[in-house]
Design a protein around this ligand. Structure first.
Ligand SMILES: [Zn+2]
Length: 486
C-alpha cells in the first residue's frame, strides 16, 4: 500500500459535490466490474459487507475507508461556469408508484423545469488515498468523465496521474478531516460535524451518523485565526428533520392521528423505520408534485413526513429557523419586521451570527413561492460550525468559520475594488461562462482577487453571502424603488 495523490486533468467544467471522495469513484468502478463479471447482482450494496475485499487495495483505518475529497491546486486559475438544465422526471420510478405514464409534459409530475447548476472551470483537481497503486490504477483506467451531467459534456477527463507521496493526507489535513470521519471512531479537535453516511453510497438516506467533515475551501485547508467558540454534538443519534420540525411547531401546526400499519415500514421520504403513516401515493399526489426524484424506493411515508408535506404545514414550514426551544420565520409574510428592509437586515444579522445558534437546529427556506417541500429533504444541524441550509431542493453546507471570514472580506473587496457583489458571489442566472468584468475593472489584479475568492469560498458560502452582505448599492436601490411607488 502507498500514499497516493491522484490528479484528474479536465478538458471541460466539472460538477462535483464538495464532499465527493476518491474512494466512492474507485468503488463504483470496482462494484461495476464485479457486476459485469456476474459476481454480484444489481441489488443495493452495503459497502461495509465488503470491507475484507476492499481492504486488499484500499487502506481501512478506524472503520473508515481511505480517500479524501477533491482539492484544487493553490495556484490554479478557476472560474465558476453556470449550466442550465431542464429537469425531467424519472418515469420508471413514477410508474411504479402511480401506476400510470402520462405523455403530457405540461403538468403535474411530468412538468419540466429549468434549473441552474454551478460547474467549476479548472484544469485539474486531485485527491489523496492510501492503497495499492497498481489495482487502483487499473480500476481508474478508461474513466472518461467524473461528476454529474457527463452526458452533457461536463467533467471530461483528459488524463489521470498517480503519484506516490511521503505523507498520508487521505483522512486528515492540518488537524481537520479531509474526508467524512465518523465521530464514533475518530477524535479530532474540530467542530465541523454533521450527519453523514461514512460509507458509499453517500447519497443513501439511511445509516447517517455524526461525522467530522472537511473544511469547504477548494484548496487544502490552512488554519485561520478564529476566536469564536463552536458547539457540536458528537454522539447524538440521527435526528429525522420532519419529526424534529413537528416537535417544535406542533402547538401551531398539530398533526392528526395516523393509523398504525400492521408492520413497521421504511419511510420513502426520511428513511426512518416507522409504524404509523400512509401509502406513498396517498401522500404524494402525482398530479401536483415534483418530488419523485427525492424519494427512496418503497411505498410508505411516515406520519411526520406526510404531515410536513400537507398544504397548510408546508406553507408554514416554508421559511423557518427551528431550534428545540423556539422557531421563527426568517423570510416571507410570517416574518417579524416592519418592512422588507428591516427583514433583510434581520436576516443578514442571523446569517452573520450562525455560531450563536445552539444545536440541534434546522434552517430551511423555499426557493419558489409554489408548494415546495423543504423539510424532508433537509438535514438537522448538530454543530454551529457547519450548518446544512436547505434552500429549495438543495442542501447547502455553510462552513461557518470560512463564511464569517468571507463576509468581512467581501465587504472590504467591494469597497476597495468597486466591483459589484454579483461578480464575487456568481448568481446562476446566466448560461455559460461567468460574464465578463466591465472594461474598467478588467485588470490582472482584479482577476487575481476574484480567482482567490473563488478558491477559498465554495458555492454554498457564496450563495448565502448574497443575503449576509447588504451593499450600499442595494440600499440605494430600495430607496429609489420606494420613491417611485410614492
Ligand atoms: Zn418519514
Amino acid at each position: 500500500m502507498h500514499n497516493l495523490k491522484i490528479t484528474f486533468g479536465l478538458s471541460s467544467p466539472v460538477i462535483l459535490s464538495r464532499y465527493t471522495t476518491i474512494d466512492s469513484i474507485i468503488l463504483a468502478r470496482y462494484f461495476n466490474r464485479l457486476r459485469n463479471q456476474g459476481k454480484i447482482g444489481n441489488n443495493f450494496i452495503k459497502t461495509e459487507d465488503y470491507f475484507d475485499e476492499i481492504s486488499k487495495f484500499i487502506f481501512i483505518k478506524n472503520n473508515t475507508i481511505s480517500g479524501s475529497i477533491w482539492y484544487v491546486p493553490k495556484d490554479a486559475s478557476i472560474s465558476p461556469y453556470n449550466a442550465m438544465f431542464v429537469k425531467t422526471k424519472d418515469l420508471n420510478h413514477m410508474q411504479k408508484f402511480t401506476g400510470n405514464i402520462q405523455k403530457d409534459d405540461g403538468s403535474g409530475e411530468y412538468k419540466l423545469y429549468r434549473f441552474g447548476i454551478e460547474a467549476l472551470d479548472v484544469k485539474e483537481i486531485y485527491f489523496y488515498i492510501h492503497g495499492d497503486k497498481n489495482i487502483i490504477e487499473d480500476l481508474l483506467k478508461g474513466i472518461k468523465a467524473i461528476g454529474k451531467k457527463n452526458s452533457a459534456g461536463f467533467g471530461l477527463v483528459e488524463k489521470i496521474t498517480i503519484e506516490e507521496m511521503d505523507v498520508d493526507k487521505s483522512f486528515i489535513i492540518n488537524g481537520e478531516a479531509s474526508r467524512p470521519l465518523p465521530c464514533e471512531y475518530w477524535n479530532l479537535e474540530s467542530d465541523r460535524i454533521m450527519f453523514y453516511r461514512p460509507y458509499p453510497p453517500y447519497y443513501e438516506k439511511t445509516g447517517k451518523v455524526p461525522c467530522y467533515m472537511p473544511p469547504t475551501s477548494l484548496t487544502e485547508y490552512e488554519p485561520i485565526e478564529n476566536s469564536r467558540n463552536y458547539i457540536s454534538l458528537k454522539d447524538i443519534n440521527y435526528i429525522y428533520p420532519t419529526e424534529f420540525a413537528y416537535n417544535s411547531v406542533k402547538e401551531v401546526m398539530p398533526k392528526p392521528d395516523y393509523p398504525a400499519m400492521t408492520e413497521n415500514r421504511v419511510c420513502a421520504a426520511c428513511g426512518k423505520v416507522h409504524d404509523k403513516g400512509v401509502k406513498l401515493k396517498d401522500a404524494f399526489k402525482h398530479s401536483s408534485n415534483n418530488d419523485y426524484a427525492f424519494l427512496s424506493k418503497g411505498d410508505f411515508v411516515c406520519e411526520y413526513c406526510d404531515w410536513s408535506i400537507k398544504s397548510d404545514t408546508q406553507n408554514y414550514l416554508g421559511y423557518l429557523l427551528i431550534t428545540e426551544k423556539y422557531h421563527k420565520h426568517i423570510q416571507g409574510k410570517n416574518m417579524e419586521g416592519e418592512n422588507d428592509k428591516e427583514k433583510q437586515k434581520t436576516r443578514a444579522e442571523l446569517l452573520s451570527n450562525l455560531d450563536e445558534l445552539t444545536p440541534p437546529f434546522y434552517i430551511g427556506i423555499k426557493s419558489s413561492k409554489n408548494q415546495q417541500h423543504v423539510v424532508f429533504k433537509s438535514t438537522v444541524s448538530i454543530s454551529n460550525a457547519l450548518v446544512p441550509f436547505q434552500y429549495g431542493n438543495d442542501t447547502y453546507i455553510i462552513d461557518v468559520e470560512l463564511f464569517n471570514r468571507a463576509i468581512e472580506e467581501l465587504k472590504r473587496l467591494i469597497n476597495e475594488t468597486g466591483i459589484s457583489k454579483i461578480f464575487w458571489i456568481n448568481r446562476e442566472i446566466i448560461d455559460g461562462p461567468v460574464f465578463q468584468l466591465p472594461a474598467k475593472d478588467d485588470t490582472q489584479k482584479n482577476r487575481k482577487l476574484l480567482n482567490d475568492f473563488y478558491l477559498k469560498y465554495d458555492r454554498s458560502i457564496r450563495v448565502f453571502l448574497n443575503r449576509a452582505v447588504i451593499t450600499e448599492e442595494e440600499k440605494k436601490k430600495k430607496k429609489s424603488k420606494k420613491v417611485k411607488k410614492a
